[in-house]
Design a protein around this ligand. Structure first.
Ligand code: SF4
Ligand code: FES
Length: 403
């Protein structure tokens, strides 16, 4: 057993992203290493989708700066690299939000993505859960410099359940990967190349495969929308709840999110994780079949498990926690018995505002250790925030012993 642990540790490589070091398995992409650290350190992704093999490398929103290639070869990589397609190396040093070059390039990428994209958020079904909308808020310009005629397309029904609004498509290829990897056969794809490229079915054949609805969930914009839900409700008026049923389709996990308003189910989607991608349940991506998604809209069709987990910064959160539902306050309960001061390292406001700490001079996000150093407090937080889970369990063990 000890040998196994040793082997596992030996197999990890250390990478530092925005000044925070984490350990990951060799071959891990920079974006996945950054996601392990979490928060804003993780670059945004419009075309990469972890559960879809071969995705990524198309949109360039995930560009990062590698200031040290590896411990063995510490030279920087001259050009910015796509973090979804670049693997980490031992001793690699990466800058994401701490790099002016990256932020500047990302602004440019967003400007390109918006060249042909209509600014029709007020009437778009994806509004409130659109990755491009979020990205434009953080990186977009107020106006456009584009002077040419924009590409426009006529709306197309691709199959009985999906509406294609090609004008909004950013050609991320995620839906093609879904069709290739999840459905039995793919009958849509990218036609033409360059500025003429567009998504379509071959001679407008309908997409009616059992799992085609998953294309709607992976589409980062409002190009593919659910025809059974279009214009029925705004996503922020609905409440997502986790539901499950015994699905007859052996390939369907039967675990979904039902978006309810009152007692009515307006739409059914896959369960998403914090990166807006399908959750992994029992070791497999939890895709759902079209029957569960489009035909089971009665509350009696499902067993309701409880409120779904939603991203912290999400329009879906707004106004959901007034009066009746209160978030759980007991940190020790929520965090597996850890005392809040050890876990979160939050002390008094005056310490956080200690004048010795010049947050504006840090070349990375501030972490609790900075306050420890400034206040000369015994350093109790993990050297490596990526290993926080392991650290926490060790702390828990030792505090249980003391008690
Ligand atoms: S339709 Fe959506 S998922 Fe498909 S390529 Fe366009 S943006 Fe991507
Ligand atoms: S997410 Fe990396 S290139 Fe699109």
């Amino acid at each position: 057993m000890a040998d196994e642990i040793k082997k596992d540790t030996a197999a990890k490589v250390k990478v530092t992203i925005d000044g925070i070091t984490t350990e990951v398995a060799p071959g891990t992409s920079i974006i996945e290493a950054a996601r392990q650290i979490g928060g804003a350190v993780a670059p945004p992704a419009m075309c990469y989708y972890k559960s879809l093999e071969g995705s990524g490398g198309r949109c360039r929103t995930c560009l990062v700066e590698v200031t040290q290639g590896s411990a063995a070869n510490p030279r920087p990589i001259p050009k910015l690299v796509a973090s979804c397609r670049t693997s980490v190396e031992e001793g690699m040093v990466v800058k994401n939000i701490t790099s002016e070059r990256v932020l500047d390039a990302r602004d440019g990428v967003v400007e390109f993505l918006l060249i042909n994209h209509p600014l029709d958020c007020p009437i778009c079904d994806q509004a409130g859960e659109c990755d491009l909308q979020d990205l434009s808020y953080s990186h977009g310009n107020e106006g456009t410099r584009y002077k040419f005629v924009r590409r426009t397309f006529i709306l197309e029904d691709i199959g009985p359940y999906i509406k294609l609004h090609m004008t909004r498509c950013i050609l991320c290829y995620r839906c093609i990967h879904v069709a290739d990897q999840i459905t039995e056969k793919r009958i849509h794809g990218v036609m033409d190349r360059g500025d003429r490229a567009f998504i379509s079915t071959y001679i407008s054949r309908a997409i009616d495969n059992d799992f085609s609805g998953n294309m709607i969930d992976v589409c980062p914009v409002g190009a593919l929308t659910d025809r059974t839900f279009r214009f029925k409700n705004r996503v922020w008026f609905t409440k997502p709840v986790y539901v499950h049923r015994d699905c007859e389709n052996p390939k369907c996990c039967g675990k979904a999110t039902a978006w309810m308003r009152g007692d009515e189910i307006f739409r059914v989607t896959t369960r998403d994780n914090e990166w807006g991608e399908v959750q992994i349940i029992d070791g497999e991506p939890a895709w759902i079949c079209n029957t569960c998604r489009f035909e089971k809209k009665q509350v009696s069709d499902w067993v309701i498990e409880g409120p779904a987990t939603v991203r912290k910064i999400s329009v879906v959160n707004v106004n959901k926690y007034r009066n009746t539902i209160k978030p759980k306050e007991t940190l020790m309960d929520v965090m597996g018995g850890l005392k809040p001061n050890l876990l979160m390292n939050i002390r008094s406001v005056s310490e956080v505002n200690d004048p010795d700490i010049k947050l504006s001079e840090l070349n990375r996000p501030a972490i609790a250790r900075d306050f420890d150093i400034a206040n000369d407090i015994d350093n109790k937080i993990p050297e490596n925030p990526g290993n926080a889970e392991k650290y926490n369990s060790e702390l828990l063990k030792s505090s249980t012993k003391e008690n």
